[in-house]
Design a protein around this ligand. Sequence first.
Ligand SMILES: [Mn+2]
Length: 330
Amino acid sequence: MDFKSISSLILKSNKIFISSHINPDGDSLGSSYAFYHLLTQLGKDCMIINHSPLPKMYNFLNQENIFHEHNSETAAFIKNSDLGIILDIGDYYRLGDIALLLDEIENIELMNIDHHNVIDLKKFDHNFINTKSSSVGEIIYELVTNEFNGYLSKEILEGIYIAVLTDTGSFKHNNTTGLSHLIAKESINFGIKTTKIYQNIYENSSKSRIKLLGNVIQNLKFDCNDQLVWFGVNQDMIKEVGGSNEDFEGFTDFFRSINGVEISLMLYDLKGKVRISLRSKGLYRVDELAKQMGGGGHPYASAALIEGDFSEVKKSVLNLISNYINQTKK
Ligand SMILES: [Mn+2]
């Protein structure tokens, strides 16, 4: 699929829903925001519907209440849609309950736009994948400048900027491209308040988050000649600081910044399941590790969900990683 065919598909559709993955991040939300404004400017009846609620730090994007958590009303909208645009998904079933609904509907076209290697491409009628893009936001920028140039508005650019900012770790990860910086330049020229956006997203920590960070730091573990740093979190730790599941967002990235550390690992105990989050500084590919655990992602940022008791999963994951580090050395 190319930009021309994306554009003709959009133009022939009238009722369109936009969705992304569970626990949405800056790329999925910023991209959805940009797409929503493009579609509304094109006169389409459009709705952003996600399985999960909007994370608090992105409330500033929702002045007009355009983000909807999936419910019976949004289900009715989806059932009557001509087209569904799915962004940043990686895996069809990360749509959460929306995937289950879509499995039951036949006459709806699904278009997938992503920068991940999507696991189940056949679930979509159309796929546009560019794994070289830093973010889905960057793909949308190219789509708009190629096909809808007159429509590039402040709102569209703001959504794109947020997507690029967050998925490149503020223009510092090695997925950052020349285009990422060009988008930043354009955004500043357009009068977008980039400092304000940064403060909203990154300088908005709750007290509970900082307290949790302190507790996690006290119990930080190092392995593999200090190349691996890891920590565990669980509901009791979150309760203790009066926090929420959003509070440990970004911890894995933060600990990767330690001198000598190559891999940063989080194990989140979900009682019977363990959520694994992996970050690499560049020497090791953590997507290969995540794949072995039944997950996936990018070479330097990936995740998996493993069934089993915490201490057993912890043991096998630590074994897997240390074997991987030792083998790669040879
Ligand atoms: Mn992304």
